[in-house]
Write a protein that binds this ligand. Sequence first.
Ligand code: GTP
Ligand code: MG
Length: 545
Amino acid sequence: MKKLYGNTTGLKADQTRRLENLYRRRIPNEFAISPDLARDLAHISHEIRRQVGILVNRSGKITHVIAGDTQKIVIPDTPEYRTVPGRLKGLRCLHTHLKDEPLTGDDLTDLSLLRLDLMGAITLTPDGGFHQLHIGHILPKGTPEAPWQLLPPLSSGQLDMGCHALIRALESELAQIRALYAGAGDQERAILVSVTTGPRHMARDSLDELRDLADSGGIHVVDTVLQQRKKADPRLVMGRGKLQELALMALQRGVTLIIFDQELNPSQIRSLTDQTDLKILDRTQLILDIFAQRARTREGKLQVEMAQLKYLLPRLVIKNTAMSRLTGGIGGRGPGETKLEINRRRARERINRLEKDLSQVIRHRQRQKSRRSRKGLPIISIVGYTNAGKSTLLNTLTQSKVMAEDRLFATLDPTSRRLRFPRETEVIITDTVGFIRDLPRDLVVAFRATLEELNSADLLLHVIDISNPRFEEQIESVSRILSDLDLEQVRVIRVLNKQDRLDPEQVAILARKLDGIPISANRRATLIPLIEKMEAEIENRPPTA
Ligand SMILES: Nc1nc2c(ncn2[C@@H]2O[C@H](COP(=O)(O)OP(=O)(O)OP(=O)(O)O)[C@@H](O)[C@H]2O)c(=O)[nH]1
Ligand SMILES: [Mg+2]
């Protein structure tokens, strides 16, 4: 006999048996529930003074019998019924309400979060008979204001309401929505979410940046949601009601992915995936994923995979059902894609392996470098926030063709070029990976070797995109990361890039205020003052020991 779910303590043996016997019943296709079954549920519910619920699959079989309390039932996890995103669950819930009360807010939240086929509430007459059945379903093409359809209450003679035909019609409307969005290529569709306890404008700025990140990751952003709360919910981050709105919006707009602007802990990721059946990523995972797409060199790939595994490891304790979605990343592209179905032990082994490989690659590179530095050429490193124009500057300075693009993290692997100054001094100039606010710690650790090379630089060019409205925060983020890397002692020239996008007066004010040299990295003629300053700095540098 299949087991009972929910609040079963204190039931008499005979009551338990009658509840268990419900598993033998079957509901014909046209019926939401058969009249005799509705009557029996009402009776027993009245007798035990608890709500009683059943989950019914599309063949009319009862898959779960649940006992609740006077106010509610708790629908158990049904991992074996996890649906493909964009479809209904294939289960409907029918449950009793002891009082004559239609579907509650909680019922509708369950309906949308679990994407049930239907939600039904059976109300009782005062003597425990069946009164009416209230049915609600998701409206596939609904709006945030009218996301559900509530049918007029059904009496005993009206229960053959064409249940299957209704569910089929809902599924075919959902299929139309999926088809509509499938046309948009295999781009993943996402909603970006920020739950903040701080000021709204800061969360807004950060969300804007998350959108840039998502764009750079090849994700189509369907909408953004910002929720201000006194305190983040420890389990679901946001309130359950807000989460339900989100789940519905996802269904109605063909969304398969939710990206949170804040770092989520393992149990939050698990609860969110369990509650919504959607793929959940946080900001860190998104950045790691972009890095994974971008890494080109062997060293870069090893570093990214290591960072991904280190981030995932504590998140691998969770049960298997949420695993594939959790570790899937955005389409699972890039170096780490073999990691997907990995378990903890294998993950640790892989990390050890990666560490060995990496140290070998790094040793090799250091040998090359020492060969180069034997020539005693000074090194100038270009640093700065992602998308500031670092690669463009390197290209224009050295007439080379490092990839420069209007996307975040275009460059991952450091490139070095020689540069000869007008007065014949020769230097090595290197381009580096861009920085970002809250650069994931695992990434900093993984890229430590690359970034530590900055230590041997004689001069840093800090490129700042002064046309970006957030440039001041960006300067601060970069300074913070430089000091984390113990680079404060290296001399820095501030380079104010993209001056062509601002008024000349504004540029002049900023140049004074920030003590920087304005340039347009893509216009060679604007670089002369910078080149002169670089040359002077290099010639005046203290002799190396
Ligand atoms: N208008 C204008 N655009 C610029 C200038 N310099 C760079 N850009 C553009 O800014 C975008 C980013 O340039 P990149 O050189 O790729 O920036 P980056 O700092 O190397 O970026 P990451 O490698 O992603 O960290 C590109 O679309 C460039 O064409 C400039 O002086 N003026
Ligand atoms: Mg670059």
